[in-house]
Design a protein around this ligand. Structure first.
Ligand code: AMP
Length: 278
């Protein structure tokens, strides 16, 4: 039986002293989130999933209002996974007195790529993640590699601020055709959905070329061409970076990340691929 907690006071009271693995989410759960839940299950006695659409990590004009919300459906899925706890606070509970201000700052590694495209996004994300970790005090927290820059920033925050939690990363969960699962995929129309798997295919192609020894520039150009051949898709960025600081690389190495954001209409599709050892 999954128990739903709505307030910070209740969370502190009910969760104190438990051996917890936490999976922070914004709800509208899909198979990708459930894969994180299953990984969490392997790491601690009990699993707590947080569901909170964090207004602080959405910029003006972004999709905070229309972000998909499906609490009853989410809860049914978590019940089926045997999740013990769901923490689903209100905005007022997380930001009392209307204090919608960040208290953690992402710094330079958070200023590139997603940070540049969405000013303030990472500050808002880190602020809520730290708050959730302080309230729940899990031993383990699981985050998806789908949001690779987010994961890197969370690891840095946990290390720098000495938050006593083990951060576990989970591989990207994909649809059968390679599209990375995302709550925002529901925004795609039929043509956009049909074009979207090209993103992963393009990253795979770039990785293959790098593996064969091609220069970074030409591997990125080949991936760019594949995506540009789809009229439904428009590249926002596509690059090869180091996985910690997200600095662009001119030489490839195992562990480096191919990262991209591609727009389909107004929907931003994030994807990335880690270069493997030859
Ligand atoms: P979100 O609800 O989109 O904020 O995501 C909550 C967590 O699920 C984050 O740690 C995401 O990185 C992770 N996640 C979302 N989609 C996927 C996916 N397709 N594969 C792996 N992890 C994911």
């Amino acid at each position: 039986m999954t128990r739903v907690i709505r307030t910070v006071a209740e969370a502190r009271q009910l969760l104190a002293g438990r051996d917890l693995a936490c999976v922070p989410t914004m709800g509208a759960l899909h198979e990708g989130h459930l894969s994180l839940v299953r990984i969490a299950r392997e790491h601690a006695a009990e699993v707590v999933v947080t569901i909170f659409v964090n207004p602080l990590q959405f910029g003006p004009g972004e999709d905070f209002e229309r972000y998909p919300r499906a609490f009853e459906r989410d809860l049914a899925q978590l019940e089926a996974e045997g999740v013990e706890w769901v923490f689903a606070p209100s905005v007022q509970e997380m930001y009392p007195d209307g204090s919608l201000q960040p208290t953690v700052f992402a710094g330079e590694a958070g200023s590139r790529f997603e940070g540049a495209a969405r000013p303030g996004h990472f500050d808002g994300m880190l602020t809520v993640v730290r708050r959730l970790l302080q309230i729940i005090e899990p031993r383990v927290a699981v985050f998806g590699l789908k949001d690779a820059q987010q994961l890197a920033l969370i690891k840095t925050m946990v290390r720098e601020q000495k938050i006593p939690v083990q951060v576990v990363s989970a591989p990207i969960s994909r649809e059968a055709d390679g599209l990375a699962r995302s709550s925002r995929n529901v925004y795609l129309n039929t043509q956009q959905r049909a074009a979207a798997p090209t993103i992963n295919r393009a990253l795979e192609r770039a990785a293959e070329l790098l593996d064969e020894g091609a220069p970074v520039e030409s591997a990125l150009a080949a991936a760019t061409d594949l995506i540009n051949a789809e009229p439904e898709l428009e590249i926002e960025y596509l690059d090869l970076v180091d996985p910690d600081r997200f600095e662009p690389l001119t030489d490839a190495y195992p562990g480096a990340l191919l990262i991209t954001v591609v727009r389909a209409g107004s929907t931003r599709l994030l994807d990335n691929l880690e270069l493997s050892a030859a």
